[in-house]
Design a protein around this ligand. Structure first.
Ligand SMILES: Cc1cc2nc3c(=O)[nH]c(=O)nc-3n(C[C@H](O)[C@H](O)[C@H](O)COP(=O)(O)OP(=O)(O)OC[C@H]3O[C@@H](n4cnc5c(N)ncnc54)[C@H](O)[C@@H]3O)c2cc1C
Length: 245
């Protein structure tokens, strides 16, 4: 197996990522448990909190884990990426960086009995394979090749900001200390925005703020064009926001 990666090198990228039990089941089935547990936080509770500080509900992750059989894990993304990469290499995969795939072509195999796929790269290199898996993210070129037309991501009008705080600074603050000592996931929900926080083993804490930016919202015509599901999601959120007030 060969992994073609457009990035010039593999480095620390992104902030945190929360893996729910369906995802950790897959990670464990790939033999990643011993490699990842040293970096994982297993939060006890997930708290849904109103923007004025009122607790709306909570979910006991540890209780739920007993039903699921696999845990909730929070990581720094770099730890998850490195665990996946090391395991893939251990199983015989070869990583090729600085390799941007721009097209997929098909050719007859040498015996003419079947077809093989060829990943064509920006610099002209060609990698043949029995199977090509496109895992190239939100701006996927592979998706466009498969569909046969451009397929850029849809603008939702939502923005997310993320930041990491040093645990050593948080423990000095009487209001933030408990976030470190008793790791929990918190979501604060407010009008047109929400903020979330979870704790990472690697001495940092992630805060996400998601908000609607009306100037980025697509025109109504486009919303209708892309079907009712987005509109339903939007309406649901509006009701929720009114209830919060
Ligand atoms: C703010 C934020 C918070 C999130 N939090 C969570 C969370 O807590 N839990 C969760 O499960 N999900 C979360 N997600 C979603 C999650 O990050 C994505 O679903 C996931 O990263 C998608 O993985 P992927 O492998 O499809 O794409 P990516 O992670 O984007 O990886 C694609 C890779 O392909 C490479 N690539 C792209 N184009 C080419 C090309 N043409 N040729 C070669 N290589 C190429 C890229 O360099 C990249 O390495 C979050 C997303 C955001 C934005």
């Amino acid at each position: 197996m060969r992994i073609l990666e457009s990035a010039p090198e593999i480095g620390e990228i992104g902030a945190g990522i929360q893996c729910l039990p369906n995802a950790t089941r897959v990670l464990m089935s790939w033999g990643l448990e011993p490699r990842l547990t040293p970096y994982a936080t297993s939060p006890r509770l997930c708290n849904m909190i109103g923007w004025k500080g009122n607790k709306v509900s909570e979910m006991d992750f540890h209780e739920y884990e007993k039903d699921c059989g696999t845990p909730f894990w929070d990581f720094h993304r770099a730890n998850l990426h490195m665990g996946l990469l090391e395991r893939a290499v251990e199983l015989g995969a070869e990583l090729v960086v600085k390799t941007k795939v721009v097209n997929v072509e098909y050719e007859s195999s040498a015996d003419g009995e079947s077809e093989i796929a060829i990943a064509v790269c920006e610099d002209g290199r060609r990698f043949s394979a029995d199977l090509i898996v496109g895992a190239d993210g939100i701006n996927s070129r592979c998706r466009e090749i498969l569909l046969g037309h451009e397929d850029p991501p849809l603008l939702t009008g939502d923005l997310a900001y993320r930041l990491l705080l040093k645990t050593e600074d948080m423990v000095k603050d009487p209001e933030l200390r408990s976030f470190v000592e008793d790791p929990q996931v918190n979501y604060w929900m407010g009008p047109d925005a929400h903020a979330g926080k979870y704790h990472l083993r690697t001495q940092c804490s992630v805060w996400e703020v998601l908000m609607e930016a009306s100037e980025l919202r697509p025109p109504r015509r486009k919303a209708l064009q892309h079907g009712a599901s987005r509109a339903r999601r939007y309406a649901g959120r509006r009701e929720h926001i009114n209830w919060q007030r």
